[in-house]
Design a protein around this ligand. Structure first.
Ligand code: SAM
Length: 224
């Protein structure tokens, strides 16, 4: 079983997404475990406060170093070889390659920030800083859920068809997926490419490869 841990102020955020579809089944089949650690449990004050104002002034509050580091230590105690990932817009961009890399680890711990982010000294206690993209979320939880979902579907025997993950975008030579069609054959004048109805598997495979290459090239051009 692949063990994951989430350090968060909002464990309830994960309840619903983990109770649907593939993650739900993977947890039920003991392919993955997801354990939330409430950072607030490590605050040593009456009101369980874990944030404070930034030195030097400025808007908002920051996650304090002491409770976050205590929560990281708890995570490392529970899963001694865990790889601790801080979710932050300043991190390395997440991608399919990273998801494949993560599932090879013994365990992954995802650290979710809130407020204006973390006291910088926390960086010394994590293994990696990871960003979901060049935008700002209100908390690390949606980012952690995306990372979790991307990892879970790659775990052995989680997808109904093991081929699905291999054929997904970004997996084979980093290419995008090809276009797919299902019934009906005609929808509001749009038809299914004739080759897909031909029954000629060699031709279908060649067409799919060509389409995947074309899409990938078009996207590269668009993103330049
Ligand atoms: N002040 C921070 C900045 O501009 O970089 C943003 C803080 S954000 C409001 C609060 C938390 O959400 C962050 O500490 C981080 O955990 C999470 N977060 C926001 N955007 C993210 C992103 N693109 N990738 C990963 N985590 C993100």
């Amino acid at each position: 079983m692949f063990h994951t841990q989430i350090l968060t102020l909002f464990p309830e955020f994960f309840t619903s997404p983990l109770q649907c579809s593939i993650p739900k089944r993977a947890i039920a089949d003991a392919k993955v475990s997801v354990d939330c650690i409430q950072i607030r449990d490590f605050a040593n004050n009456k009101h369980q406060k874990v944030d404070d104002a930034p030195y030097g002034g400025g808007p908002g509050m920051l996650m304090q170093v002491a409770p976050v580091v205590a929560a990281i230590r708890e995570a490392r105690q529970r899963q001694p070889n865990t790889h601790v990932v801080m979710l932050t817009p300043s991190g390395t961009l997440f991608n399919q390659q990273k998801a494949l890399e993560y599932i090879e680890k013994d365990s992954i711990t995802l650290l979710c920030g809130r407020y204006e982010g973390f006291d910088e000294r926390i960086v010394d206690y994590v293994d990696e800083q990871l960003s979901l993209g060049e935008y700002v979320l209100s908390g690390g939880e949606p980012a952690a859920m995306c990372v979790l979902d991307a990892m879970i579907r790659l775990l052995p025997d989680v997808l109904g068809s093991p081929e699905s993950a291999v054929l997904d975008s970004f997996t084979e030579q980093g290419l995008l997926d090809w276009p797919h069609y299902t019934r009906p054959e005609v929808f509001e004048g749009q038809t299914v490419p004739a080759v897909l109805l031909s029954g000629n598997h060699a031709k279908i495979e060649a067409w799919r490869k060509e389409q995947a290459l074309l899409r990938s090239k078009q996207r590269k051009k668009r993103d330049l």
